[in-house]
Design a protein around this ligand. Structure first.
Ligand code: DP6
Length: 385
């Protein structure tokens, strides 16, 4: 007995109000609300194929072509999806006793602060929901994989409500606006390093919760105000306000990392030079045209409007010259603005400090792949082996 193969893709999301700190480690319940934009799956995505089989003795998963342990977090997601399927009566109960095989791939660096776990768990849970025909909201199940994954279940701009119930039933993501609401919004991911990070998000935030006084202040005073303001900025398409809050919140999150004891850092000298560059560029421009934000890694995500993309990409190439400009910017297409007068006001730095740039935009949530490009063969065997 073997089920159909289900294959789905799911997006990355980059927070503008960061999730940092849990009130419950097992249920992955956050201390504060967070807000993010979901990025276009045509440029960056996780892809997962799943099937259920009678002949398996344990649940199995391959990640980027390597068999990895079926962790507690994966088990928790699977258990919850099966419980939902049982309560929704969506599949034959016999089916719920079968073990599953999953195969997942990312088309971007894993664990380099590029939100790979968010896309990966959202993808895994969305695929399971399709397999078991679960119809209700799955953001609280994706949350059990990785907190930030609950926001990748929706497209556009998304808010994860911290909730207050001990069982976590009100800790869910909702959409603030879909991807078509602010069609000019763009993102540039500046890949500074694609090595695995030293302090995991899970480990880092646990130290911050225990030791950072700044974190308490942030959770109590800063995030509630900022969340309301940025939701309004998104609804009103007020870019300067959106950008200012985004930058301040990123800076505060990294300040908390330093305020933790022992402290840890995710940003490096190149990350800090990007911060300086954006502030100088905004100042010279006479208005806030670009926002930076950094997750648990050294890579920058810049949010900006389409009209400024040409100039900003030219500026990045000028300040951080690549030795080989071919393939330096991937993703969406753009026209370079090499004549911009603004470039003369910036000194070029050493070559290759930025490895490459991913140009993308706000996009939709997860979707099922219907072109037959599965990661598992029809009989459930692995395509890559
Ligand atoms: C810095 O969702 O990776 O990207 O829930 O422990 O798996 P766990 O953490 P994770 O944390 C992401 C933190 C962040 C900020 C954010 O995305 O909001």
């Amino acid at each position: 007995m073997i089920s159909d193969i289900i294959t789905v893709i799911a997006p990355v999301n980059i927070a503008v109000i960061k999730y940092w700190g849990k009130r419950d480690e097992d249920l992955i319940l956050p201390l504060n609300d967070s807000v993010s934009a979901t990025l276009d799956t045509n440029v960056m995505c996780a892809k997962t194929s799943v099937c259920a089989r009678q002949d398996l003795i344990e649940d199995e998963i391959w990640l980027n072509k390597e068999k990895v342990p079926f962790s507690n977090r994966l088990q928790n997601c699977l258990k919850e999806i099966k419980a939902r399927a049982a309560s929704e009566n969506s599949v034959d109960p016999i089916f719920l006793h079968l073990k599953i095989r999953a195969c997942s791939e990312n088309n971007f660096p894993t664990a380099a602060g590029l939100a790979s776990s968010a896309a990966g768990y959202a993808c895994f849970v969305f695929a399971l929901a399709k397999l078991y025909k679960v119809k209700s909201d799955i953001s609280s199940i994706a949350r059990l994989g990785s907190g930030s994954a609950c926001r990748s279940v929706y497209g556009g701009f998304v808010r994860w409500h911290a909730g207050s119930k001990p069982d976590g039933s009100d800790s869910v993501a909702t959409q603030i606006a879909d991807a078509s609401h602010w069609p000019e919004m763009r993102a540039l991911i500046l890949v500074v390093g694609d090595k695995k990070k030293e302090t995991s998000s899970t480990g880092g935030m646990a130290v911050s919760v225990k030791t950072s006084e700044l974190m308490r202040h942030r959770v109590e005073y800063c995030v509630p105000q900022r969340t309301e303001l940025i939701v309004d900025a998104i609804k009103n398409k007020d870019f300067p306000k959106f950008a200012e809050i985004t930058m301040k919140d990123s800076n505060q999150f990294h300040a908390i990392c330093l305020d933790s004891y022992p402290p840890f850092v995710y940003m490096n000298d190149i990350s800090h030079s990007i911060v300086g560059l954006i502030h100088k560029y905004n100042e010279i421009s006479g208005k806030v045209k670009v926002a930076y934000t950094f997750d648990a890694g050294s890579n920058a995500c810049l949010y900006l409007l389409e009209e400024d993309v040409s100039e900003v990409i030219s500026l990045i190439k000028h300040v951080y010259p690549p030795s080989n400009s071919k393939g330096f910017v991937t993703g969406l297409s753009y026209v370079e603005d090499v004549n911009s007068k603004i470039l003369k006001m910036f000194q070029p730095k050493d070559k290759d400090l930025i490895k490459y740039v991913i140009y993308t935009k706000v996009g939709d949530g997860p979707s099922e792949v219907t072109d037959g490009s599965h990661l598992l063969n029809r009989d459930g065997s692995l395509i890559h082996l």
